[in-house]
Design a protein around this ligand. Sequence first.
Ligand SMILES: NC(=O)c1ccc[n+]([C@@H]2O[C@H](COP(=O)([O-])OP(=O)(O)OC[C@H]3O[C@@H](n4cnc5c(N)ncnc54)[C@H](O)[C@@H]3O)[C@@H](O)[C@H]2O)c1
Length: 264
Amino acid sequence: MSSNRLEHKRIVITGAASGIGRAAAELMVAEGARVLIADLDAAAAAAAAAEIGDKAVGVAVDVMDEGSVARMIDRAVTEFGGIDVLCNHVGGSNPRKDLDLLRLDLAEWDRTMTLNARSTVVASRLALPHMIAAGGGSIINTVSVAGLVGDTLQCAYGAAKAAVIRLTQYIATQYGRHGVRCNAIAPGAIMTPALRDNLSADTIADIRSHNALDLIGEPEDIAWAMVYLASDESRYMSGQTLVLDGGLTAQSPIASSRRALLHD
Ligand SMILES: NC(=O)c1ccc[n+]([C@@H]2O[C@H](COP(=O)([O-])OP(=O)(O)OC[C@H]3O[C@@H](n4cnc5c(N)ncnc54)[C@H](O)[C@@H]3O)[C@@H](O)[C@H]2O)c1
């Protein structure tokens, strides 16, 4: 069911050929937007656009490469006449190399900072002049609960996402008077190809056991929040991080082991 919440919106989503980004592209088109599905996997981006319909266009991008990001932004402007919403959605780290601090591979630290944080700076800087020229826009940065609290592994990932959370506030502060809003979305565990590849079924069940809700999120759970932040419904919201994690980080760390106290 569509209610045209995003009519006339021209949206770029990086990493949109799969997972959460793909779900967001689909919902955004259903809400009336035109969406550039940008992804390292050009064939998957084209296939996703073909499945979603005429208002979706698939393009290749490598967010690690500034020239490639510039071509993506140019393509959006040529295709749609401007950009109203940029979703800096690509992110991640290699969990086999991004370990605890003493065992962390420093090359993976650098790669993770580039993939998650530098890429957000690069794409936002290229999109901002178009948003400013149009009188405003919305930048949506996908971060993670790993950017909010410490964890046993993946310290580069957590630090990079924390950097993006603060960057989100800086962009909101520096361009608010041009009508540009910038917010972040922090998912907890979401059932995507990335999660299935990186975590065992036991680990996923363990995360679920620690969530306040007896759930593991689906891509649409995050994608609906992206629709909200892309729409004018969120026009008074800027510089914030919206946490969608099944209540994981809302609790005291010992809450899940004390759940039995809730019942007689
Ligand atoms: N899935 C989760 O549980 C979860 C939790 C918290 C945060 N996140 C965040 O959500 C975002 C996306 O995760 P997902 O689960 O949808 O991932 P995914 O693996 O399902 O999709 C990622 C997409 O990004 C593309 N990609 C990878 N490197 C790229 C590059 N250099 N340039 C352009 N595209 C590239 C891939 O081809 C793929 O299509 C990331 O920022 C991730 O950190 C995910």
